[in-house]
Design a protein around this ligand. Structure first.
Ligand SMILES: Cc1cc2nc3c(=O)[nH]c(=O)nc-3n(C[C@H](O)[C@H](O)[C@H](O)COP(=O)(O)OP(=O)(O)OC[C@H]3O[C@@H](n4cnc5c(N)ncnc54)[C@H](O)[C@@H]3O)c2cc1C
Length: 484
């Protein structure tokens, strides 16, 4: 076989794969990002709490703790360059007894050892001043001002878009099922028989990193799925807090939180249950009860009436509980990025830097590219404009005057922009624009979006799916009838 086509193939376009792709796109390299779903970020990275953790939850010697702190510090620059929603609102760990204050003291000491800046142990008065919506029974806690919140899917989209602008090829609907070693690299074969070849492979396949590792003839390990259910509350909910609110942590998780999302809604959750099925994203009324009871204990204003939707994400957990990021000892051209459970979102930019250095260590030559463009064009959103600016925008482009999603104030111009950027499923458009994320959960805008999709792509309305193959929204006959 001839020399492999790509210098690097990254398997998995979640937040890790996309961050690695963007990082490598700054060098003179041919890079391909392979993703089994129809869009990027549709794996673990789309269903999480969106928190940029501060770095006090994990033991100093762990790889997680190191990359969490490094990643956290990189977000201002990334936000500035890529424009995804991000705010450093700060984190509070809330204690309800003197016994729990001992855990707070431990987290404080751990945070200091990890190098977290600005940590503060609060007494009752201080914590209630910082967060007036807290249960009056709270006796104190930990304040970490460096914690933040982001929109996770917008972050992944921005990373992937920037990587693509800088020459990375992104191939979606490519599920790696076979690989054969060839001289100087690997041939990678997808389920439908498409082939690419590359000199180095990065295994960033999230929940399926164990399968991909096996396919590549690298380490054998098992990824254990641990499910987390979360509940989203309306943007008008009175409970919206000023900080991310944690209880003192439980053994397997950081506990059930009350989270102010960066777009103004409130989220409560997640649960943490070990499960067997990596595809089980069901939610149950029992778990809603558990989440609701914990959340209302933290913030009494949390109301069941404000819940607009539920979802579950699945953490990819290794036996060690730490991240496994290393050059494979069995397959020297493979870099493993496995076991990336929380705080993987926070750590992802630091993971990308580490993987770049590991690839260099494995023999990849890195020469900086002068033409690298770190910045993305700013996305104009109708919901963040003043009426005067909206009027000006609509004068230039009447599609800004057509508000397609009324709950989240999303204009036709934004939907078209999402499609132009390659997001052609309903979920892709939802995650890019927020259309369908509000109180009515797409009840009013889904059909309008399908019609815009049909118009912009020239395809029949029945061709579009919620999230890719097998998730059709409209049956052929219904679509034809509605379209006329
Ligand atoms: C409920 C919950 C809450 C969380 N909250 C936070 C938080 O607040 N802050 C934080 O920092 N972290 C959080 N996390 C963790 C964070 O979401 C993950 O660490 C991170 O998203 C993992 O990203 P990834 O790129 O490794 O995996 P993924 O996003 O799953 O990406 C892997 C990709 O590989 C693809 N793939 C798999 N197999 C193949 C194949 N054979 N061929 C091609 N492609 C393949 C998948 O489709 C997927 O898109 C949370 C996780 C959960 C579940």
């Amino acid at each position: 076989m001839a020399t492999p086509t790509y210098h690097v193939a990254i398997v998995g376009a979640g937040v890790c794969g996309s961050a690695i792709a963007r990082c490598l796109s700054a060098y003179k390299l041919d890079v391909v990002l392979l993703e089994k779903c129809t869009d990027v970020g549709f794996g673990v990275s789309k269903a999480n709490s969106g928190i940029i953790h501060a770095g006090f939850h994990h033991q100093s010697h762990s790889l997680k703790a190191r990359l969490e702190i490094q990643g956290n510090l990189m977000f201002e620059k990334l936000h500035h360059e890529l424009g995804f929603p991000f705010r450093r609102v700060g984190i509070l760990v809330v204690a309800f007894s003197q016994e729990q204050m001992k855990t707070v003291a431990h987290l404080y000491a751990q945070g200091l050892a990890n190098g977290v800046e600005g940590l503060e142990i609060c007494g009752a008065q201080r914590i209630h001043t910082l967060e007036p919506k807290l249960n009056p029974d709270a006796v104190g806690g930990l304040h970490a001002p460096s914690g933040g919140i982001i929109e996770p899917y917008r972050f992944v989209f921005a990373l992937a878009e920037c990587a693509r602008n800088n020459g990375v090829e992104i191939i979606t609907d490519f599920e790696l099922t076979r690989a054969t070693p060839v001289r100087g690299g690997y041939r990678l074969i997808s389920r439908d028989g498409t082939e690419v070849s590359a000199r180095y492979i990065v295994n960033a396949a999230g929940l399926y990193a164990d399968t991909v590792s096996r396919i590549l003839g690298a380490e054998r390990f098992r990824i254990h799925p641990r499910k987390g259910e979360e509940y989203l509350l309306d943007r008008n909910a009175a409970c919206y807090p000023g900080h991310v609110l944690f209880p003192v942590p439980a053994k397997n998780s950081k506990g059930i939180l009350v989270i102010p999302t960066v777009e103004g809604t409130t989220m409560i959750g997640p649960t943490a249950h070990n499960i067997n099925d990596k595809k089980d994203v069901s939610t149950t009324s029992d778990n809603l009860e558990t989440v609701f009871t914990s959340a209302v204990h933290m913030v009494p204003l949390v109301s069941r009436r404000d819940i607009i939707t539920a979802f579950a994400g699945i953490r990819p957990v290794l036996d060690t509980s730490d991240f496994f990021i290393a050059i494979s000892t069995k397959a020297r051209r493979v870099v493993q990025v496995a076991g990336i459970q929380s705080p993987g979102l926070t750590a992802s930019p630091a993971i990308a830097e580490l993987v770049k250095n590991l690839l260099k260590q494995a023999g990849l030559k890195l020469t900086e590219k002068r033409s690298f463009r770190a910045r993305l064009e700013k996305v104009v959103t109708a919901r963040s404009q003043t009426p005067e600016t909206m009027a000006r925008l609509a004068d230039n482009d009447p599609r800004y005057a057509n508000i397609v999603c009324r709950c989240e104030t999303v204009s036709e111009a934004e939907i078209v922009e999402a499609i132009r950027k390659g997001h052609t499923t309903l979920d892709g458009i939802k995650f890019y624009t927020r259309a369908g994320m509000g109180r009515c959960q797409g009840g009013f805008c889904t059909y309008k979006i399908l019609k815009i999709l049909a118009r912009e792509t020239g395809k029949h309305i029945s061709a579009f799916t919620k999230r890719g193959a097998g998730s059709y929204e409209v049956s052929g006959r219904l679509g034809e009838g509605q379209e006329r």
